[in-house]
Design a protein around this ligand. Structure first.
Ligand SMILES: Cc1ncc(COP(=O)(O)O)c(C=O)c1O
Length: 390
């Protein structure tokens, strides 16, 4: 029987020492890993992930999490990184060298954009930004030295949904690899490899942690050679993760499918309610009918994350929408998402995008696990405050 990922992340392959039985995976703390004798030390290959050689390169706790994350995304291999951004760095450094070209969507996560600019400046890598809705037309942008196309599904602020199969088809026809920042779907609602993606990246800081308390990232592949390229960069950069943090993610992972479904349900209810509000000119939630990207979402996804944005009616100034955010009581102001607490942030889009044509202010919501009616009441009172003090 091939278990469903939701079953696999509860029933791990971890085996406790003989004479002891309990559900949790043990937390193996180790820098030094002991060998039985010199011959065993000399014959152990640090590249072989089935062996244990040094704490930085893996413990049974880390291997358990890697296997579960690969199972969720229907991949074969996984590398852990100390943050989601660390995972992005692993992908870009593994795939790019001086003289190469990389294409990034114009709505890409801000620090991936900053990394791109740093790679261009420091390593003379050509970094170009494309319109996220480009689809198959990306072919026209692919040059002989293009090695990697990043996608983000959807962009985590402006929420455009890319046509990933079309991008992959165009890329593969020219021998170019495609990576996806798959954090929004948690790997639950979008299966990257069956849509043609080569490398999937997760910020485990979000849904996998679920507690707004751990920073971690992961890179998942189906292909062994690609995985080894990523592992090589991880090894030489000395990127490791702490055993206690890995345990916190393992502990949260079993409930992730249920939490994710609740985030999705709550977010769709609140987004639908916001659609009916006169203060809001657009709701940017690809899972809602009539919202941008819905057709692609419906074709490729089986669910949605709890993160979406709205565009306020242009008659409301930045000062007013900032007052709206400041007036919220349950929604807190802070970066990141995927935890049980709801968050809200305003964004200055003209500073984030090469092309941005919306006139209204953009505000992003991360819907947590609080009661939906309470969250709606909170938004309602903040909208009233925004207008009453105008
Ligand atoms: C879409 C996306 N990718 C990656 C990251 C990076 O994750 P981390 O904060 O773990 O570095 C974030 C963080 O906000 C994000 O929103």
């Amino acid at each position: 029987m091939k278990p469903h990922p939701a079953t696999k992340i509860i029933h791990s392959d971890y085996t406790a020492p003989e004479g002891f039985s309990a559900f949790p995976t043990a937390i193996h703390h180790a820098s030094t890993v002991l060998f039985d004798n010199v011959a065993a030390m000399r014959s152990s290959d640090w590249h072989d992930k089935s062996l244990y050689t040094y704490g930085l390169h893996g413990t049974p706790t880390m291997r358990t999490l890697e296997a579960q994350l690969a199972a969720i995304e229907e991949g074969n291999f996984c590398t852990l990184a100390p943050s989601g951004l660390g995972a992005i760095v692993l992908v870009s450094l593994a795939m790019l060298k001086t003289g190469d070209d990389v294409l990034l969507p114009d709505n890409v996560y801000g620090m991936n954009r900053e990394l791109g600019k740093w790679l261009a400046h420091t390593y003379a890598i050509s970094v170009r930004f494309y319109e996220p809705a480009i689809g198959a037309a990306i072919d026209a942008l692919i040059e002989d030295n293009t090695r990697l196309i990043w996608t983000e599904a959807p962009g985590s602020v402006s929420m455009e949904m890319p046509d990933i199969p079309a991008i992959c088809q165009a890329a593969h026809a020219r021998g170019v690899m495609v990576a996806v920042d798959n954090t929004w779907s948690a790997g639950i609602a979008f299966k990257p490899f069956s849509h043609g993606v080569d490398i999937s990246m997760q910020a485990l800081t979000k849904y996998q942690s679920g507690g707004s308390d751990v920073l971690m990232g992961a890179v998942i592949t189906k292909d062994a050679a690609l995985h080894e390229r990523i592992e090589t960069v991880r090894r030489v950069l000395g990127m490791g993760v702490g055993a206690d943090d890995v345990y916190l993610i393992l502990r949260s992972l079993a409930s992730m499918p249920l939490r994710f479904a609740a985030h999705d349900l709550h977010a769709r209810k609140i987004a639908a309610w916001l659609k009916s509000r006169p203060e809001i000119s657009k709701v940017l939630h690809p899972g809602l009918p009539d919202c941008p990207g819905h057709a692609l979402w419906e074709r490729d996804f089986t669910g949605a994350g709890g993160l979406f944005s709205v565009i306020f009616d242009p008659k409301f100034t930045e000062q007013q929408t900032d007052r709206f955010v400041d007036s919220l009581l349950l929604f807190k102001i802070g970066f990141s998402w995927g935890g049980s607490h709801s968050l809200c942030l305003p964004y200055r889009m003209k500073f984030m995008r090469e092309k941005w044509t919306e006139n209204g202010q953009l505000v992003r919501f991360n819907i947590g696990l609080e009661d939906v009616a309470d969250l709606i009441a909170d938004i309602e009172q903040a909208l009233a405050k925004m207008k009453s003090e105008s």
